[in-house]
Design a protein around this ligand. Structure first.
Ligand SMILES: [Zn+2]
Ligand SMILES: [Zn+2]
Length: 352
């Protein structure tokens, strides 16, 4: 089978490798689609990974084609989103179901082979969240991972019906967070971005977006919230300006959710450090999503919302490629030759 594997930093290429055979609990999934995550770009060009060579891609969906154990025969032909984290199940966070905080995890698409391939060997059926609606295609199902991150950010922000929310960063996670905010009953939903193309893309999807290069977004947000400030701010940029803006535009006693991966040397200005205390803000971090059954499996809820047509995500896919052109697509994103919302590897482009 074909697989896009990282061999070293900057050495990402299409290989022909042995198609894996599932044994025991293992399940072989034929990949339908796999999203390019914001984290995949630095992984390929700057940071690398722990294991080489490895097929990258952790945001993927596919169809069950082979099972190791006869008892899982019923799964063949089913379509699913794949939860890529393999928890140790031994450490304290795992014991309370906080698998994304596992101290000794494995991960499909960074430490083990993932979704930028024709097939992926998944450790067990536990990782699969099945869609029951044939109209939800595999491209949309590959969006489940980022949709769950967005949903988790809203939960971490403890958003209540009627509250105003500001989301800094109008990329795919920002727009998905805005969609969840509406589902959770937000009052005003306000996005910001510094890139007019991204701002306009989110506006076309019905959201209010402030271009913070053109306007003073703190002043605008205060104006739009009757001078109070936002109840919840989701910081999705990981930059100094994002963190400082969040502290300035949130209300007294409000909640700031730290979602964006940190950029180099992010700092909080002295007066904003003081404001964080004076306003008695609540700061919450977000790391991935929540997959245990209690109180709620965010993945199953996401697929349920897609299956019942109450949430859309496929319209955020702006770029697609087959495996042959995937390296080129990565380069175009890295060099900023193209502006994307979501770019995906779509297996149907290889089948033609
Ligand atoms: Zn990701
Ligand atoms: Zn663990």
């Amino acid at each position: 089978m074909k697989a896009m594997r990282l061999h070293a930093v900057n050495d990402f290429r299409l290989d022909e490798i042995e198609k894996p055979v599932p044994r025991g609990e293992e399940i072989l999934v034929k990949i339908g689609a796999c999203g390019i995550c914001g984290s995949d770009i630095p992984r390929v060009f700057e940071l690398g990974t722990r294991v080489y060579p490895v097929a990258l891609g952790h945001e993927f969906s596919g169809t069950v084609v082979e099972v190791g154990d006869e008892k899982n025969r019923d799964l063949i032909g089913k379509r699913a989103a794949v939860f890529p984290l393999i928890p140790c199940r031994q450490c304290p966070p795992c014991k309370i179901g906080s698998y994304c905080q596992c101290e000794n995890y494995d991960y499909l698409g960074s430490r083990s082979n993932g979704g930028f391939a024709e097939y992926c060997l998944v450790p067990s059926r536990w990782h699969l969240v099945f869609s029951e609606n044939p109209d939800v295609d595999l491209e949309e199902l590959c969006m489940v991972e980022p949709i769950c991150v967005a949903q988790h950010a809203i939960r971490r922000g403890d958003l209540h019906a009627g509250e105003n929310i500001v989301i800094l960063g109008a990329g795919p996670i920002g727009i998905l967070t805005a969609r969840w905010a509406r589902i959770f009953g937000a009052g005003q939903v306000i996005l910001t971005d510094i890139d007019e193309v991204k701002a306009e893309f989110a506006r076309e999807r019905g959201f209010t977006v402030i271009n913070s290069m053109k306007e003073d977004c703190v002043a605008r947000i205060h104006e739009m919230t009757g001078g109070r400030g936002a109840d919840v701010v989701i910081e999705g940029t990981g930059t100094s300006s994002g963190i400082n803006t969040a502290i300035e535009c949130v209300r007294v006693g409000g909640r700031v959710v730290m979602l964006g991966n940190p950029h180099k040397d992010t700092t909080i200005a002295l007066n904003n450090h003081s404001l964080l205390l004076r306003k008695e803000l609540v700061l919450s971090g977000v790391w991935n999503s929540y997959y245990e059954e209690f109180p709620i499996n965010e993945w199953k809820y996401t697929v349920h919302m897609l299956d019942t047509g109450r949430l859309q995500a496929a319209d955020l896919i702006t770029h697609r490629s087959g495996l042959d052109d995937l390296g080129h697509l990565f380069e175009q994103i890295h060099s900023r030759e193209i502006t994307i919302c979501k770019a995906v590897y779509s297996a149907r482009l290889d089948e033609k």
